[in-house]
Design a binder for this molecule. Structure first.
Ligand code: NAI
Ligand code: 13P
Length: 365
């Protein structure tokens, strides 16, 4: 396990409680020592006793020596750099590489499985991702939880899912890596919005409206990149959205709450002791959305609050950026009245085609 923060350590415990021998890699020797000797990670998982089958080291080569499966759980912005050191150590194995992370790379907009493929130069069939409503501390306390393991072919997902399960953690599988990864990334952005609303003091109607419309934004976006819509209705989409938006354990939710209470982005970053992936993902996600013509009014508002250009009190579940034309509620795939972003982008492409490629590009409806 590469990364011994709250999720890496919890996932290590899941694997060890399921019967695996787990070696954690921690960047800091003192943390590796605490896990190895004391079977504790008091900074990230206070009050949790770790299984005896878990060991830890701060030497990457020791952690990866003989590994049958490799799991990655460090902040998304640090992954590429760390993979450069991992690469020679996994080059001669065919062990599945499993991403537990829920961010996109700020500079490139790439999902973590794409960064892994680039940096490890490995067969994409070897890469799997895990996602779902998985607040680390609840699982570390052995509260029953489900997750999904995804890989483009069934076999690695099955192999990982068989390992990553135990009496309190149940894994399902799918082959929609794009939907599974984007579900985890996008729900963080909606959780920041919910935190902002909480911080401002708005109530359940506002939050339910943002969660519901947020799921539409998530689905439109992910489908435009090739995801299956049903993945976004599953554990990696709706499931994770509910958990993250409802829980004060969520760091994204917490960061949003501080923004809603009036703290600046810089203050929030200073106060956060743990990784809130949504803060770094918002800009690349909006960039990607623009490239495929998907509108994300809630995520746009989160960015404006982060940038200090919108008063948090003005955040609202905008149904559309087009104020004049009432739109169908189900926007996805152009169902119900043709209101969907995907449908609009298809219409734009058709217009452009009819127009011989002239003039339609600036004409976003
Ligand atoms: N904590 C949770 O409940 C869950 C987190 N995740 C995802 O797991 C990933 C990791 O998050 P957490 O473990 O929660 O974060 P964390 O903030 O608890 O721990 C991050 C770990 O990475 C280490 N780290 C920081 N910068 C590093 C660098 N440059 N190189 C190497 N190591 C570095 C830290 O020392 C720490 O051990 C994120 O993508 C997050 O979205 C996914 C599901 C649940
Ligand atoms: O991904 C998570 C729960 O599934 C954890 O959410 P946070 O990163 O916001 O704490």
């Amino acid at each position: 396990m590469i990364g011994a923060g709250s999720w890496g350590t919890t996932f290590g415990k899941i694997l060890a409680d399921g019967g695996a021998n787990v070696t954690m890699w921690a960047r800091r020797p003192e943390l590796a020592n605490e896990i190895h000797e004391g079977k504790r990670n008091s900074e990230y998982l206070p009050g949790i006793n770790l299984p005896r089958e878990m060991s830890a080291t701060h030497h990457l080569s020791e952690a990866l020596d003989g590994a049958e499966q490799v799991y990655l759980s460090i902040p998304s912005q640090a992954v590429r750099q760390n993979l450069k050191a991992v690469r020679p150590l996994v080059a001669n194995t065919d062990a599945p590489i499993v991403s537990l992370m829920k961010g996109v790379e700020r500079r490139t907009g790439l999902r973590m499985s794409q960064v892994i493929e680039q940096e490890l130069h490995c067969d994409p069939l070897r890469i799997a991702v895990a996602s779902g409503p998985n607040l680390a501390l609840e699982i570390a306390r052995e509260q029953p939880t489900a997750a999904v393991i995804s890989s483009t072919s069934q076999e690695p997902a099955d192999a990982v899912a068989r390992r990553a399960r135990n009496r309190y953690f149940r894994t399902f599988v799918n082959t929609d890596v794009i939907g599974t990864e984007f579900g985890g990334v996008l729900k963080n952005l909606i959780a920041v919005a919910i935190g902002i609303v909480d911080g401002v003091g708005y109530g359940e109607n506002t939050k339910a409206s943002i969660i519901t419309r947020g799921l539409v934004e998530m689905t439109d976006f992910a489908v435009a990149f090739g995801a299956h819509p049903e993945t976004l209705q599953g554990l990696a989409g709706l499931g994770d959205l509910i958990a993250t938006c409802q829980s004060p354990l969520s760091r994204n939710n917490t960061a949003g709450r501080l923004l809603g209470q009036g703290y600046s982005f810089q203050d929030v970053v200073k106060q956060m002791q743990q990784t809130a992936e949504g803060l770094a993902s918002v800009t690349p996600i909006l960039q990607l959305a623009r490239e495929v013509g998907v509108e994300m009014p809630i995520v746009e508002q989160v960015k404006m609050v982060l940038d200090g250009t919108m008063n948090p009190r003005d955040i609202a579940p905008h149904l559309t950026t087009d104020d004049d034309t009432p739109q169908g509620e189900r926007t996805q795939n152009g169902q119900a009245g043709g209101g969907g972003a995907l449908w609009r982008s298809i219409q734009r492409a058709l217009d452009q085609f009819r127009d011989g490629g002239r003039g339609a590009s600036g004409n976003r409806s």
